[in-house]
Design a protein around this ligand. Structure first.
Ligand code: SF4
Ligand code: SF4
Length: 314
């Protein structure tokens, strides 16, 4: 039987997830709970119902269709509704306005690759390929290896975006099958890392060090979130750490933006950074300086796909 995973999105023509034009496949499930998460709907490894209160016309069809009768028309999902939800999708099918949406679907390797290979011509024209992101794709590492093998068999360039908060054995198993790693490094300081991602950063650093020893194309990505991780002292520590890694020469600094806010609302949760504004161009240049000073090539920008719990994944 083919490996099956849970995919929550496939994005075509991406310019920021590796070289050339890329198709990015987003796998569901993430161990981190970053305050600024751009894809909060990716965190739960299971399919999940999102609700747009703005689109709801209060018809009550979802309540009638739900075997539990728990939806509350016109309101964001409550913690109680989320906790008992069977994820059956009956309310979604019944909703006449599209206010309810089921995010995440089981997919086989063949199904995912059929989607990806539809874009082959664009990969060939642009020296692009396929990128597997999330969520944290290594939470589904067996599925991921199967996808990477299939992509390589099809002659595609392969990239994996990871937050690194996974057991080393998972990363080691995936590493030989990926041409490029996009590795998120959020905060160097351990206490701060726990506070803003819900996870210890030690595993992230240890895994990055180990990966850079066995893989020669690892690109570090750092989201720059004002007041959270844009202090120059912390960035200098990160820069010195990265500069000492054999397989890393490039760093992408991704300016914070608040696109996650609407998605937090759709998942029924409050957005913790509601008052934070994106960093200015001058601030981004200042944040780049410590990395340039140690000889790293810095690229400012990107679409912020880096996404990046409370406990490290098994
Ligand atoms: S997915 Fe199923 S159980 Fe969950 S709210 Fe909708 S109908 Fe009810
Ligand atoms: S079925 Fe859709 S539009 Fe009707 S009450 Fe439920 S969420 Fe609102």
């Amino acid at each position: 039987m083919q490996p099956t995973g849970i995919v929550f999105d496939v994005q075509r023509f991406s310019l920021h997830d590796g070289p050339g034009l890329r198709t990015t496949v987003f796998l569901k499930g993430c161990p981190a709970r970053c305050l600024w998460c751009h894809n909060p709907e990716s965190q739960d490894p299971r399919p999940e119902v999102l609700v747009s209160a703005q689109r709801c016309v209060g018809c009550g069809a979802c309540v009638a269709a739900c075997p539990l009768g728990t939806p509350e028309p016109g309101r964001p999902r409550s913690a109680g509704e989320r906790a008992v939800c069977l994820r059956c999708g009956a309310c979604v099918d019944a909703c006449p306005t599209g206010a309810r949406r089921l995010v995440g679907r089981p997919a086989t390797v063949t199904e995912v690759m059929a989607d990806v290979l539809a874009d082959r011509i664009f990969f060939e024209e642009s020296a692009g390929g396929v990128t597997f992101s999330g969520g944290e794709p290594l939470m589904q590492s067996e599925f991921l290896v199967a996808l990477l093998r299939a992509a390589r068999d099809a002659g595609l360039h392969t990239a994996v975006e990871t937050c690194g908060a996974v057991a080393w054995r998972r990363l080691r198993a995936v590493a030989p099958h990926a041409d490029l790693f996009l590795y998120d490094l959020k905060v160097f300081d351990e206490e701060r890392h726990r506070a803003v991602t819900g996870l210890s950063g030690r595993q992230v650093l240890d895994n990055l060090r180990a990966l850079a020893r066995i893989h020669d194309d690892v690109r570090v990505r750092i989201p720059v979130v004002p007041g959270v991780n844009d202090d120059l002292d912390g960035l200098r520590h990160s820069a010195r750490f990265v500069a000492a890694l054999r397989g890393v020469r490039h760093v992408d600094l991704l300016p914070y933006h608040a696109t996650g806010a609407t998605k937090f609302a759709a998942t029924g949760r409050d957005y913790p950074l509601i008052d934070v504004a994106p960093p200015s161009a001058e601030r981004m240049e200042a944040c780049a300086a410590p990395f340039r000073a140690v000889g790293l090539e810095v690229h400012i920008g990107g679409d912020g796909h880096e996404c990046t719990d409370r406990t490290a994944a098994e």
